[in-house]
Each structure stands twice: as C-alpha cells, then as structure tokens.
Design a protein around this ligand. Structure first.
Ligand code: UD1
Length: 416
C-alpha cells in the first residue's frame, strides 16, 4: 500500500494551479443521467472518486469518454439503473445517482452507503424527499429501491442542511411534473455550480445559493457543455500548507469568493491574503496565531477544512478551540497529530489545541480524506521525516498532490 514520505521544515514558496472541484464534479457528472443527449464536462479532476463514479455510470450503460480533464457522458444507452454495494461502499457520493435515475428511468436500485469513518451519515432526507414527490421507496436487503411514475413537484423542507441531499432532490425535481420548492436547502457553491449545469441542460431553477430553491420541472433535458468550478477545499488545504511553513504562495484558477470563512481565519492567524479574479496569494508570518473555529453549513466554516486548521493550530502560538458541528466523529486526525507531538484534548465535539514549539516527524495513518490532508499539513512543518500510511484516501480527493507540493519546494515522495 502506498505511503507518502515528507521531509518537513521547508518553507513553501511558488505558484500552482488549482484543480476542478471533486464535490462539484461528482453531482454534476450524475446530472448527465437526466438526459438522453451527450453532455461534456471540462475541468474534471483526475481523482480516484471520479474514476469510481465513471465506472459506476459505465456499468449502468452510460457511454463514457475521457480525455485528460474533459469527460463526455452519453446516457442515451442507460440500461441498468443500479448502484451495487461494491461501488457505493467505496464512495458514499454514489448515492447521487438516486435522484437522477428515479426521475429519468422511474426506477432505481441503489445500495445504502452505510456508515463511514466520520460518522453514521444516513440518507433519510434523500429518501423522504423522493417519497414526497410521489415515489414508492422500499429499503430492503441494504438497498434503496425506488419505483415511480413521473415525479410530482411539491414543497420539501429538509430536517437539516444536507449538501448531497439537496443535490439529489434538485436533480430529481428538474424532470418532475410541476414546481418543487426545497426549503432549508444547502447553499454550498457546489450547489450553485450544479444549478448552472442543469440550467445549461434546459432546467428551470432559481434560488441556487440561497436556502430556498425553486425548480420548475421540464419534460426533458438536453445536451450541454459545463466547466467544473475550482476546488475550494483543495485551495484551502494548500493555503494552510503554505501558512504553517511560513511560506508565500500564489494559487491560480482559484475562486476566493467561495472561501470567505477560511480566508478570514487565515488572516486572523496572521497571514496576508490577496485575491483577484482567479488568483489567490498568501504570505504567512514566521509564527501563526491560534484560531478558534466552529464548523457549520456554508457560508460558515467548512467541516472539510477543520482537520487542516487543527494541524495549523498545533504549531500556532496560543490555544484554539475547534468545534465540529456537522459530523459526530470527525476528530480521528487528533490522535495521529498527537503522534507528531501535538497537544490536543478532545471534549465532546470540541478539540482544545495548545500550540507547541515544534512537531516531530513520525509514522502516522490516514483515516479519511481530510484527516489525511491534515497529516500532510503537519508533516510539512514537522522536524525530520513523516511517513503517512494509507494514502489512498488522499488519491480520492487531491489531484497530483506530490507534484503540486514539489512545485512549491516541498520534499515529498511516494513509497511502498
Ligand atoms: C457533503 C460533502 C462532504 C462534506 C459534507 C458537509 C460531497 C460529495 N460531500 O457530504 O465533503 O463534508 O457535505 O459539508 O459533496 N444527514 C442526515 N440525513 C441525510 C443527509 C444528511 O442525517 O439524509 C446528516 C449527516 O449525517 C451530517 C449532516 O446531515 O451530519 C450533513 O451531511 P451532508 O451535508 O448530507 O453531507 P454529504 O452531502 O454526505
């Protein structure tokens, strides 16, 4: 199994390009299921999760063409509206095929994702929404089985803000009969990007980026071409990596407006951050100040950046309180960071991080995607060599990670 070896203590300096957003690409590729015409996507990141989704779509009968970062999907040949357990267990986002399949085929069989390292993560809101739109949903033998005549537009109020839940229901509603209103909708930038893609395909959607979405169903959607937005979590991760090393970086193809809460915290930590149309520049001070934070749905601080900021706080001056409100079990990186010498105490959903003078390289284990990213951030500043095991998690979400870090001067290599 691959490992990542990092020689810490080098100041990151230079320029790299940000990739397309994984969490935008996953739902947007699923949107191609809604049309019988080919849809082309550009800026699709080359990641394990994207490969898993494309394999799933191909297994359903979708024609998949991929050339570098451009993907064309033709779902005119869709024959098998099924997402088997073997696929869904490796990537929870496979649940995003449920809404499009129900709307386009009137039938879907999708495995329940089950729990994952960061918590239980049920999909009850996805199911409840489809039922409210008239679908007959049976959960048996670990599968969600949906049968429905044409879905009917209705008013939906989700019990909590759910990103993929909102995306699934928005896609289903775009082919429903009549108007669907989704209240308490997620406002993440990836929802807005999905709405842009669906609109280019002929959907009628207003309110994307607010907590009330209105979707006027249409009988069919047509082919289109859509450019995937930049990855705000990848951007935030490189900003943190530069910040902990006292570095100076320029990130191109980034979208600063999707990162307000993260940039605010970096400024609070003592960094200078400047942005223009699609470039972000960060200059870090020699010593960072500890920053407390609380995760919450967008536009508040993203849970997907919590682990990287915990790593940053490990070497900052002062004490930070990091509160996680989205997932119940998202502090597994804390014990690994402790192996590097961090001073962290967990109290329920709050981690109290007391900055230390230095971290020391050690062997640590990646437990999920963003936990792994936090270990990379910590490894870059730790003295000596840090070995991160199980880096397949990183390959799920960071395109050309070693190459990009090396371009900033980091000493990283992949080993067996
Ligand atoms: C998405 C992101 C993930 C991010 C998360 C929160 C993708 C592919 N993944 O995950 O990177 O960490 O948003 O920003 O975009 N919940 C329920 N029932 C449901 C749905 C959700 O109880 O039916 C709960 C979850 O367990 C969690 C909370 O709601 O506690 C938010 O989860 P949700 O926004 O749905 O996360 P994902 O969409 O899975």
């Amino acid at each position: 199994m691959d490992k990542l070896l990092i020689e810490g203590g080098i100041r990151l300096v230079g320029e790299i390009a940000i990739s397309g957003a994984k969490n935008a690409a996953l739902p947007i590729l699923c949107a191609a299921l809604l049309s019988s015409e080919p849809v082309t996507f550009t800026n699709v990141p080359q990641l394990k999760d994207i490969a898993t989704l494309l394999a799933l779509l191909a297994q359903m009968g979708v024609k998949v063409q991929r050339e570098g970062n451009t993907v064309t999907l033709d779902a005119s040949t869709l024959t098998e509206p099924v997402a088997p357990y073997e696929m869904v267990k490796t990537m929870r986002a496979s649940i995003l095929v449920l809404g499009p399949l129900a709307a386009r085929c009137g039938e879907a069989r999708v495995s329940l994702p089950g729990g994952c390292a960061i918590g239980a993560r049920p999909v009850d809101q996805h199911i409840k929404g489809l039922q409210a739109m008239g679908a007959d949903v049976v959960v048996e033998h670990g599968y969600v089985h949906v049968r429905t005549p044409r879905l009917k537009g209705t008013r939906l109020v989700t019990d909590m803000v759910t990103v993929t839940g909102t995306e699934n229901l928005m896609m289903a509603a775009s082919l429903a009969d009549g108007e669907t209103v989704i209240e308490n909708a997620a406002r993440e930038p990836e929802i807005v990007d999905l709405a842009h893609c669906l609109t280019a395909m002929g959907a009628k959607i207003t309110g994307a980026g607010t907590d009330i979405l209105r979707i006027e169903g249409v009988p069919r959607l047509h082919g289109a071409c859509h450019h995937i937005m930049p990855d705000r979590i990848e951007t935030g991760t490189y900003l943190c990596a530069a910040a902990v090393t006292g570095g100076e970086v320029r990130l191109t193809g980034a979208q600063a407006s999707s990162l307000d809460a993260v940039i605010d915290k970096l400024i609070e930590a003592g960094c200078t951050v400047q942005s223009d149309a699609d470039t972000l520049r960060l200059t870090a001070p020699p010593k960072l100040a500890a920053v407390s934070l609380r995760t919450a749905p967008y536009p508040a601080f993203p849970t997907d950046m919590q682990a990287q900021f915990m790593a940053l706080n490990c070497v900052a001056s002062g004490t930070a309180r990091v509160r996680e409100t989205i997932f119940e079990n998202r502090f597994m990186h804390a014990v690994e960071l402790q192996r590097l010498g961090a001073d962290i105490h967990i109290d329920g959903n709050t981690a109290v991080v007391q900055g230390v003078e230095r971290l020391q390289g050690a062997t640590v284990m990646a437990t999920d995607l963003r936990a792994s990213a936090s270990l990379v951030v910590a490894g870059l500043v730790a003295e000596g060599e840090t070995t991160i095991e199980r880096i397949y998690h990183l390959d799920r979400g960071y395109e050309r990670l070693e190459e990009k870090l090396a371009a900033l001067g980091a000493r990283v290599r992949r080993g067996k």
